[in-house]
Write a protein that binds this ligand. Structure first.
Ligand code: ZN
Length: 280
């Protein structure tokens, strides 16, 4: 299933024939409520969808980020071979972890807002987002994908002139609107192999990143497993799994986002998010 959240806060299933609110399928709650409710509720929703009558199908409305209030966003740095190389960094021996604050989350067509007073070096990072479905602690790699709820697209927008001088990356990665996400969460049954997804990013129609998740240094199962020995994953947690090569700061000359740009971040099989850039 493809699941989304509308601007009015209601969670919906996105089907070929339209957008159907969870409430019409017998589940009254948000996306996070559904994730917390576990597999039984998800299966009930899937069953209800089969019997849906046409008059429950709504016209398309503007989508918000599918999940706005995850317990935490765990982000991974330098997780593609070519990106580690272009950053002049050694291949990490264990996942390089940082955090993004929830307040950075914005919708799949919402603007990326550059606070021009504090940054002039805003960069894009196309990433596969993993939504955790079940509490996970000390999980072996072979079982790790059982703890996934689904997958989404996110852009780990980064203010390089804050990220690098700060040393701690969290502020430069957490400015408001610096985590565009969506358009949907695709449940894991529809993505049996998260390590064979083409992804990329274009700015104003020019492709600047294009790679495949098979080139991750630590794959999704390894990330969940290894990190679960350090901290507990909660249902609804999001892992931003790292970005491939082609980011703006590594280019000669560097490419930074500016007001008027349009950024498209895509993953084959999930969709695309398209965010205009504006100055504040
Ligand atoms: Zn990133």
């Amino acid at each position: 299933m493809r699941l989304a959240t509308l601007k009015d806060g209601s969670a919906v299933v996105v089907s070929k024939s339209g957008i159907i609110p969870f409430a019409k399928l017998g589940f009254t709650g948000s996306m996070l409520d559904l994730i917390n409710a576990g597999d039984d509720e998800l299966n009930k929703l899937r069953e209800s969808l089969k019997g849906i009558k046409k008059d429950f199908i709504l016209a398309h409305k503007t989508l918000d980020a599918p999940l706005k209030n995850p317990p935490k966003i765990v982000a991974i740095g330098l997780n593609y071979f070519d990106h580690a190389k272009e950053s002049n960094m050694e291949i990490p021996k264990s996942p390089l972890v940082f955090a993004k604050f929830n307040s950075s989350i914005t919708g799949p067509t919402d603007p990326i807002i550059i606070p021009a007073k504090i940054t002039q070096q805003v960069d894009y990072e196309a990433e596969l987002g993993v939504i955790i479905g079940k509490r996970a602690k000390n999980i072996e790699k072979g079982k790790a994908l059982d703890y996934v709820f689904g997958y989404t697209i996110l852009n780990d927008v980064s203010a390089r002139d804050i990220q690098f001088p700060d040393k701690q990356w969290v502020r430069g990665k957490s400015l408001d609107t610096f985590c565009p996400m969506g358009p949907v969460i695709v449940t894991k049954d529809e993505i049996p192999d998260p390590q064979n997804l083409e992804l990329g990013c274009s700015v104003n129609g020019i492709t600047l990143q294009q790679d495949n998740t098979k080139n991750m240094i630590f794959n999704v199962a390894e990330l969940i497993s290894q990190l679960s020995f350090s901290f507990t994953f909660e249902p609804g947690d999001i892992i931003a799994t790292g970005t491939p090569s082609g980011v703006g700061f590594s280019r000669t000359p560097p490419v930074f986002l500016k007001s008027g740009d349009v950024v498209c971040t895509w993953i084959k099989g999930i969709g695309e998010i398209i965010n205009p850039v504006i100055n504040q």
